[in-house]
Design a protein around this ligand. Sequence first.
Ligand code: ATP
Ligand code: MG
Ligand code: FE
Length: 337
Amino acid sequence: GTILAIESSCDETSASVVKNGTVLSNIVSTQEVHQKYGGVVPELASRAHQKNILPVVSAALDDAGVEKKDLDAVAFTKGPGLLGALLVGTSFAKGMAMALDIPLIGVNHMQAHILAHFIDDPKPNFPFLCLTVSGGHTQLVVVHSPLNMEIVGETIDDAVGEAFDKTAKIMGLDYPGGPLIDKYAKEGDPLKYEFPNVNIPEYNFSFSGIKTAFLNFLRKESQKDENFVKDNMADLCASIQYTLIKILMKKLIKASKDLNIKEIGIAGGVSANSSLRNTILEEGKKRGWNVFIPEFEHCTDNAAMIAMAAHYQYEGKDFEALNTSPNPRLKFTGSEK
Ligand code: ATP
Ligand code: MG
Ligand code: FE
């Protein structure tokens, strides 16, 4: 089947075409209006999606060399995400499905982040253990098959992407701060500053304490020296990044050992982080893991991953009623979406 997929859960408007499991196009328009606000402003996100969706969809079809009449289904991100943002993609997809009289497919955004691993070869074998690290989620997921996934651990408070973005904001960096911390950290000493990391049971994570410790530390140091942050930016970035990655790796290693899974992957926006990518490759070499890291463009939000999920759902005839609505808190447990 040939499927058009639309992603609009947060601040990327994206569309992709997949044909029989091969991604033919992936157009991503990143909204820049949020930069100066230090985070995504939901109202502005919805408005930007409305403005971008038609040109982004047209470009995805053009790029794939596919016409609307060739489509067998239309997919959209059903959740989780911002309600107003999700509504734009959902309504657009519904309209197209109705006009073209083709089925509608509702995709779980977090499952799709993981299915980014199935866009390119080599693909992981099952069971596959995936650490999903994004702006809103931090999860350890056992993937039994493309649509049968089980969350074995997750954050009890902030997501790791949020920890990157909030510590960056504390240092006065623009949103999203994750990529900037990655950049400045390259010149810094990861062991210069130490931040406490509380022990959370099982395969769960906690990041809100680190953010507070970081804020308190910077306040104290800045009182003594007002240029403290500016003069130590690289070391601060390297140290906070090192701490965050250490927390992630500890739980990933524990889960891999306990569950005896050596097919290991990372997914979500933070998997674009160069140090996390290197760390997991090194760790994998030591431990005999088969490590999977998506292409950069498939880490942060994109419709190619939605298209991939839609491909599997299409094969299983997992369609959505035309009166469906998005679910900002959509969960997945087991084979459910
Ligand atoms: P979710 O997928 O949980 O709904 P989201 O869709 O907003 O949240 P993504 O687009 O997957 O999240 O990821 C965005 C996050 O990835 C942001 O927190 C951003 O700072 C982070 N990020 C992107 N690139 C990097 C990088 N190189 N280093 C660290 N963090 C990064
Ligand atoms: Mg985003
Ligand atoms: Fe995402």
